[in-house]
Design a protein around this ligand. Structure first.
Ligand code: EPZ
Length: 423
C-alpha cells in the first residue's frame, strides 16, 4: 500500500487552529513516569506514532498503560523487565531514554540503539559519557546498549555540545544517583524544561533547566503525579510557516509565543505579519517575501527542526537566501524533492544551501525523506500551482498529530490516500 498525501495547491488558509502537545517533551516525560512508586496522569499528549510505540514499550516492560483523548495513565508498579524489544525500540529515536530509567530501577538496562530520522550520524557518545560519569558501565553489544551499575553517585557531567538527547538522558540518570549532579553545557530547549518540571512534580530536586547548567540532587523518593505537557514548539512553528506560505490570516491557539521568538523574528524579517498574546500567535501574509539568511542553533536560536519547513518557503522569496545547518550534517536531502517542484536550490558543502527564489513552485510527486522534510513538502504543496503527492508520509504521521486535518480546517484541500488507486 502506498499511503500518500495529495495536496491541491494555491491554497488560502484562514481561521483558527489549536496546536498539540509537544512530541519531544512527551517522549522524554513518559519514560520518566516509570521512576515513580505510584501512577501518573499525563495530559496534552499528542496522539502520534512515536508516542504509541513508546507506550507499547512500557506495556512490554510490564507497566499498566492507558491512552485516551490525549491523556496517558501509567502505573509503573508492575514493571519487571529491563530489555525492550528491537521491533519497538528501533522504530523511533527516543526509545533510548528508557536506558537511564531502567538502570535506575534494576541497576541494569539492555536497550536497542535508537532509530529516528536519517538526518545524520546521530551518535550517542555524550549519553554514554553522562551515564558513565555517574557510575554506570555502558557497552554496545550487537546493536544493544547494555548499561550496568551497582552504585550510582552524583557528579559533574560536561557535555561536549548542548545535545538534547544527552541532556535528557543525563537528567534521567541523575535523579536516580544519590548526591549532587551538575550537567554543564546542557541543552536549553522547552522540552528540557518540561521534563525538569515533570521530575520536580514527582518530588525530584531539579534546578536550572532552561540554562546551560542543570543541578539535580538525586536518590530522592519519586511519586506519581498529574502533569500537562507543553505545546509543541516545532508544530507551532510548522503551522506558522504554513500560514505564512498560504495564509491570508491564521491564528494558532494553545501556543507559547516566547518559545517561537527566533522564528517570529525571521518571518517578520521576510515581511510576514506576526503578532501574539498570552497563548495565541497570529500570522497574516500577502504571500510576498524578502529572502533572508538562516543559521540553525540550539534553543533559543533558530531550531534545526524548522530549517526544512522554512527552506520550503524561501524557494519563492524575492532574492537569494543562505541557509546554514549547524546541528545535523545531512539535513538537506529534501532539497532534491523541492527541485522536482521547480525550486532553485544549491547545496554548498554539507552545511549550507543557497536558495534562489522563483515566482512559483509546480505540483509534483515527491517523497518525505524525514519527519520535518515531510512538513516542508506539505508547505511546498500548499503554495505550488497544481497537485502535489507526497509519499513516505509515515514519517509525518510519526510526529504531527492530524496535520492534514488541521490544515483542512484552515481551508487547505488535502486528501490522505490510504490505498492504491486504479490509475
Ligand atoms: C533531538 O534529537 C530531537 N529529537 C530532534 O528532533 C532535534 O532535531 C534535535 O534534538 C535538536 O534539537 C527528540 O527530541 C526525540 P542532539 P537528538 O543530541 O537528541 C550531535 C524531530 O524532528 N551529537 O541535540 O538526537 C548529533 O549528531 C527530531 O523531532 C553527538 O555528536 O539531537 C547532532 O549533530 C529530529 N553526540 C547534534 O549533536 C551525542 O552524543 C545535536 O544532536 C549527541 C549528539
Amino acid at each position: 500500500m502506498r499511503e500518500k498525501l495529495r495536496i491541491y495547491g494555491s491554497a488560502r488558509l484562514e481561521g483558527e487552529v489549536a496546536v498539540s502537545g509537544g512530541k519531544n517533551a512527551a517522549v522524554a516525560i513518559i519514560p520518566a513516569a516509570l521512576l515513580a512508586d505510584s501512577p501518573s496522569t499525563i495530559e496534552n499528549v499528542p496522539d502520534i506514532d512515536d508516542v504509541r510505540v513508546l507506550l507499547d514499550m512500557l506495556r512490554w516492560l510490564g507497566a499498566h498503560v492507558e491512552f485516551r483523548e490525549n491523556t496517558v495513565w501509567i502505573d509503573p508498579r508492575t514493571v519487571d523487565k529491563f530489555n525492550p524489544p528491537y521491533e519497538l525500540a528501533g522504530r523511533m529515536r527516543a526509545s533510548y531514554y528508557l536506558t537511564p530509567v531502567l538502570l535506575g530501577l534494576f541497576h541494569r538496562a539492555e536497550v536497542p540503539l535508537p532509530g529516528g530520522c536519517d538526518i545524520g550520524a546521530r551518535p550517542i557518545d555524550q549519553t554514554v559519557k553522562g551515564m558513565e560519569t555517574l557510575g554506570a558501565s555502558v557497552e554496545t553489544l550487537g546493536g544493544v546498549m547494555v548499561a550496568k551499575s551497582d552504585r550510582m553517585q552524583g557528579d559533574d557531567i560536561f557535555l561536549d555540545m548542548p545535545s538534547v538527547g544527552a541532556t535528557v538522558n543525563s537528567m534521567l540518570t541523575a535523579v536516580s544517583a544519590p548526591g549532587m549532579t551538575c550537567i554543564h553545557n546542557a541543552a536549553r530547549e522547552p522540552h528540557i524544561v518540561d521534563l525538569a518540571n515533570f521530575l520536580s512534580s514527582m518530588g525530584a530536586s531539579v534546578k536550572g533547566a532552561g540554562t546551560d547548567i542543570i543541578r539535580i540532587r538525586g536518590g530522592r523518593h519519586l511519586h506519581g503525579t498529574d502533569y500537562t505537557i507543553v505545546p509543541d514548539q516545532i508544530e507551532t512553528g510548522t503551522l506558522m510557516i504554513a500560514a505564512a506560505a498560504a495564509g491570508d490570516d491564521v491564528i494558532i491557539t494553545g501556543a507559547i509565543p516566547t518559545h517561537m521568538e527566533s522564528l517570529s523574528a525571521k518571518l517578520l524579517e521576510m515581511g510576514v505579519h506576526v503578532s501574539s498574546e498570552d497563548d495565541w500567535i497570529r500570522v497574516r501574509s500577502n504571500r510576498v517575501y524578502r529572502a533572508v539568511n538562516v543559521k540553525t542553533q540550539g534553543y533559543p536560536g533558530f531550531p534545526t527542526d524548522l530549517q526544512q519547513p522554512l527552506s520550503a518557503l524561501l524557494t519563492v522569496a524575492n532574492g537569494t537566501s543562505l541557509v546554514t545547518e549547524t546541528i545535523f550534517e545531512s539535513r538537506f536531502r529534501f532539497l532534491d524533492e523541492l527541485r522536482k517542484m521547480g525550486a532553485k536550490v544549491r547545496v554548498i558543502e554539507s552545511s549550507s544551501a543557497m536558495i534562489t527564489g522563483v515566482s512559483h513552485l509546480v505540483g509534483a510527486r515527491v517523497n518525505a525523506t524525514d519527519l520535518r522534510a515531510g512538513a516542508a513538502m506539505i508547505i511546498a504543496g500548499l503554495m505550488a500551482e497544481g497537485v502535489t503527492e507526497i509519499g513516505g508520509i509515515s514519517y509525518i504521521l510519526r510526529g504531527y498529530e492530524h496535520i492534514d486535518e488541521k490544515l483542512t480546517q484552515l481551508g487547505a484541500h488535502i486528501e490522505h490516500v490510504r490505498k492504491e488507486e486504479a490509475f
